[in-house]
Design a binder for this molecule. Structure first.
Ligand SMILES: CC(C)(COP(=O)(O)OP(=O)(O)OC[C@H]1O[C@@H](n2cnc3c(N)ncnc32)[C@H](O)[C@@H]1OP(=O)(O)O)[C@@H](O)C(=O)NCCC(=O)NCCS
Length: 173
């Protein structure tokens, strides 16, 4: 198993093709995708995303979306990771997190987001990390804040408005 990082209750590992059914079931919950406008909607789209991220992001293989596994039961409970974006011509890396609803409200997203920030800054030596958040997604805003991010500005693209929360790597000036 190709483990990226471990926290007290979760581990993140690379996706394998056998995750397809669980990933599709995960994205089929409207609660999960409510604030993820570009989430896959069909089995075929889910398969395409899975193939795209199977070995990390194709252009930036050290980052990508990974399977979140609940360690106690070895259950697939979401997908989290680091995603590259180009915003206003600048490369940015987003801390991304989404969990199955049954696992919300236990501090798990905070646990994994904090671990992703540490991994991005200490292991990958990234100079800056951001969260892109739909303005009504208060849980996500809280997770970003609890990961040491502060509000930077609002943005808007063809999918609608979003908030940018950001944090600089204090070890890289
Ligand atoms: C956003 C998400 C990952 C949060 O996961 P979680 O494990 O429930 O988050 P946590 O338990 O770590 O909670 C973080 C904070 O948000 C608060 N919170 C949780 N759900 C909330 C809600 N619906 N409304 C307001 N605050 C909420 C918690 O109370 C906590 O704050 P506190 O510690 O100050 O009390 C989860 O709701 C989810 O997967 N949503 C669907 C996917 C998604 O929107 N991803 C983010 C895209 S930017």
């Amino acid at each position: 198993m190709n483990i990226i990082l471990e926290t007290e209750r979760l581990l993140l590992r690379r996706f394998v093709m056998d995750d397809l059914d669980a990933l599709f079931a995960f994205y089929s919950d409207p609660n999960v995708i409510q604030y993820i406008p570009d989430a896959p909607r069909t089995y075929e789209e889910t398969k395409e995303e899975l193939e795209w991220f199977l070995n990390g992001h194709p252009k930036f293989p050290e980052i990508g979306l990974w399977a979140a596994i609940y360690r106690e039961t070895n259950q697939f409970i979401g997908r989290c990771g680091l995603l590259p974006w180009t915003i206003d011509g600048q490369h940015k890396v987003e801390v991304a997190f989404a969990l199955s609803k049954a696992y919300w409200g236990q501090g798990l997203a905070t646990e994994v987001a904090q671990a992703l920030v540490k991994y991005g800054f200490e292991h990958l030596q990234l100079s800056r990390l951001i969260c892109l958040i739909e303005p009504k997604n208060q849980a996500s805003i809280n997770v970003a804040r609890k990961s040491g991010m502060t509000f930077e500005r609002e943005g808007r693209d063809e999918k609608g408005p979003f908030l940018i929360y950001a944090r600089n790597n204090p070890k890289i000036v």
